[in-house]
Write a protein that binds this ligand. Structure first.
Ligand code: ATP
Ligand code: MG
Length: 427
């Protein structure tokens, strides 16, 4: 891709209404634009990152044996009445009417739709367990949309639902999903904690959240300094109590002391048990020929929130520092004098073709601007490796290899394919 052809409307200054760094940088890097409160358009660069995360999630879900479907965003009131959630969800549920005056809502989650699908189509224990997922736009009319796509009203979620014959089978699937979420966050390259959590409006008994640790996190979590123990402080504190009372206490698991951290909830896994299947009569025939209610689990991951969370954890005063696994481009070829010096343009284009054929995602900065503007933009949008082709190349064939993390070295342009061969092999 050529920089002059792609729509990346970068901004010099931070827009006033952006409070947290990820929101500021997503706007400045030309990744998103606001349409209405909590509702955004994803521009090309932002969409590339969103898709990269989506693909990691999809690959890991498929590897875990889950099957992808796509449910509708518009859902009929009748299904939500079966679980009483038409009333319980309150104003977060955006309700609409069709031309016949029938009630619908925009899906904030899909337990009702999936349970309806399974009760109508699965009859025997022999067809279980099932784990079904989708990657889809959700709508929640959040009371306080803020921090850009971190707490949007419209956002992209991967939600999956498992149907199991008994509690043991549910626990097996739950642990598979827990491992899958660990792999997803490790592949993205994030520092995270698995946290005991409150099940909230979704219901069920056992649930854990995955938190990306970051100062701007909306949740406060208590973690042990000596073990894996971590718990959302919502579960520990009564109304009005002060968080400070927890600090430095002995960890409830008997290992180490409690420290308090801020976290961004990027995933939430639940053992729902029979809450939905009992309410909606979702049962199958057991081996003994009896009708038994299904055990269910549900597992959500905030795909669009992960984009913001990754930026919260990976930035400096110059801009975003993408983990390679989700970077929109892995390599930026910065041609200094690209429009004036044919040799620079030719070398940039040739290198582009070579690295692209090796499987790298590459962009060429072919714009008229000088070194300053080009590197400022490159650092803002956070591409991991920049190759600067300029005067030194004209003199003696040397180019500068400048990593976004600060490392820089000079190398002969002819040595680059070998460097990138090794790079791919080692990452
Ligand atoms: P929160 O406590 O942050 O509102 P939740 O408990 O309501 O989250 P779930 O219903 O478990 O969230 O949804 C699964 C995942 O979807 C969350 O872990 C989060 O990553 C993401 N998510 C939830 N609400 C939003 C939102 N308003 N904007 C972006 N992502 C969201
Ligand atoms: Mg919520």
């Amino acid at each position: 891709m050529f920089w002059s052809k792609i729509f990346i409307p970068t901004l010099k200054d931070s827009p006033q209404d952006a409070e947290v760094i990820s929101h500021q940088l997503m706007l400045r890097a030309g990744m998103i634009r606001k349409v209405a409160s909590g509702i955004y358009t994803w521009l090309p660069l932002g969409l590339m990152v969103l898709r990269n995360i989506e693909n990691i999630v999809r690959e890991e879900m498929n590897a875990a044996g889950a099957q992808e479907v796509l449910m509708p965003m518009v859902q009929p009131k009748e299904l939500w009445e079966e679980t009483n959630r038409w009333d319980k969800m309150g104003s977060e549920l955006l309700r609409i009417k069709d031309r016949h005056d029938r009630d619908f809502c925009l899906g904030p989650t899909h337990e009702e739709v999936i349970t309806d699908l399974i009760r109508n189509n699965v009859k025997s224990y022999k067809e279980l367990p099932l784990n079904i997922y989708q990657i889809q736009t959700k709508f929640r009319d959040e009371i306080r949309p803020r921090y850009g796509v971190m707490r949007g009203r419209e956002f992209l979620m991967k939600d999956s639902y498992s149907f199991n014959l008994n509690e043991g089978s549910l626990q097996d699937t739950y642990l598979i999903m827990r491992d899958t979420y660990k792999r997803i966050l490790e592949r993205i390259g994030l520092d995270y904690k698995i946290v005991k959590a409150d099940s909230g409006a979704i219901g069920g008994e056992v649930s854990e959240e995955f938190h990306v640790l970051a100062e701007n996190g909306e949740d406060t979590i208590a973690i042990s300094d000596a073990s894996e123990f971590a718990i959302n402080t919502e579960l520990l504190l009564q109304d009005g109590e002060d968080i400070n009372s927890l600090e430095g206490q002995d960890s409830p698991d008997g290992h180490g002391k409690i420290i308090i951290k801020k976290g961004i909830e990027v995933g939430h896994i639940f053992q729902l048990g029979k809450v939905y299947s009992a309410a909606m009569q979702a049962n199958v025939q057991s081996q003994e020929g009896r009708a038994v209610d299904l055990y269910m689990g549900c597992y959500g991951i905030g795909v669009s929130r992960l984009v913001a969370a990754a930026i919260e954890q990976n930035n400096d005063d110059k801009g975003i520092i993408w983990p390679e696994s989700i970077a929109p481009y892995e390599v930026n070829i910065v041609g200094i004098g690209y429009t004036k010096e044919q040799k620079i343009a030719d070398a940039s284009n040739k290198l582009y073709t070579k690295l692209t054929s090796m499987g790298y995602k590459v962009i060429v900065d072919d714009r008229k601007d000088g070194y300053g503007v080009k590197m400022k933009d490159a650092e803002l949008i956070g591409i991991p490796i920049n190759i600067i082709i300029g005067n030194k190349f004209l003199e003696n064939g040397e180019v500068e290899l400048k990593h976004r993390n600060g490392d820089s070295s000079l190398t002969q342009i002819s040595d680059l394919p070998t460097f990138f061969d090794h790079f791919k092999a080692s990452s």
